[in-house]
Write a protein that binds this ligand. Structure first.
Ligand code: GDP
Length: 257
């Protein structure tokens, strides 16, 4: 009997960072994704917030994405590396009408790559997607070949022109990131080396009643965040998400995003 027939739904939790200069549209991209909302006024993000996006990627698989909005000033005012732990993927955002905001993306990318590796791997970087936001302001602001080259040079899996305002490419970008996370997971598991702690791969499969080590680790982060920062309204949803069982082994079979 398939999982679908038996009514069993496998749930996955992935933490995703959203980084970039202030004012590039990180908060609005997350609000568009999670609440389908856009706010024209600028309210500077003064703390690290997270929100949950629930994605039904197939009849028997649901992904809970925990989107962490990390403001530029946090890089200087707090120990940002504590927010990088247990991250599965990231969006780096710049404002396509202000090309200088790409400089901040480069800094974030270098910093995160040096501190974070995919799950238990010691060398595989997390999948990173570049978002050239506010494309509604000037459709010609982007030079695609330049961005292709930039992505190659800095190791981004892909870039998208987005508009949180007009809801352009926001869902597409998140679908692509989820697909990349599952692919990276399969890649790390299928090409084990001494660096990637291959022996743990099978151990990561969890049953209905168990939760993996990683989940407990994420719960710890949630607790930390709750006490350390103004978390978003979605915080309680996050606790629910952390209670979901996760079957890493099965996740690699999924290519349906
Ligand atoms: P953050 O500091 O990176 O989180 O940026 P915000 O999401 O707070 O956005 C900063 C400003 O840019 C706000 O006034 C938003 O309304 C505006 N903004 C965000 N995304 C877009 C977009 O796609 N198009 C346009 N035209 N404005 C945007």
């Amino acid at each position: 009997m398939s999982m679908e027939e038996s009514g069993k739904v496998v749930k996955f939790l992935h933490k995703v960072l959203v980084v970039g200069d202030h004012g590039v549209g990180k908060t609005n991209l997350i609000n568009r994704l999670v609440h389908n909302e856009f706010t024209p006024e600028y309210n500077a993000t003064d703390a690290v917030n997270f929100s949950n996006k629930v994605m039904q990627i197939s009849p028997d698989k649901v992904v809970y994405l925990q989107l962490w909005d990390i403001a530029e000033q946090d890089r200087y005012e707090s120990n940002t590396s504590m927010y990088f732990k247990f991250t599965s993927g990231a969006f780096a955002v710049f404002d396509s009408s202000r090309p200088d905001t790409l400089d901040s993306v480069t800094k974030w990318k270098n910093e995160i790559d040096s501190e974070v590796h995919f799950k238990k791997s010691k060398e595989t970087p997390i999948p990173f997607i570049l978002l050239a936001n506010k494309t509604d302001l000037d459709k010609n602001a982007i030079d695609p070949s330049q961005l292709d080259q930039y992505c190659k040079d800095y190791g981004f899996v892909k870039w998208f022109e987005t508009s949180a305002k007009d809801n352009i490419n926001v869902e597409e970008a998140v679908n692509y990131l989820v697909k990349s996370i599952f692919e990276t997971e399969a890649q790390v598991r299928d090409n084990p080396d001494e660096e990637s702690n291959s022996g743990d791969a099978d151990d990561k499969a969890t049953s209905d009643n168990e939760s993996s080590d990683e989940e407990s680790d994420l719960s710890d982060i949630d607790d930390q965040s709750t006490s350390d920062s103004d978390s978003s309204d979605d915080e309680s949803d996050s606790d629910d998400a952390n209670e979901q069982e996760k079957t890493d082994k099965e996740s690699s079979d999924d290519k349906t995003c």
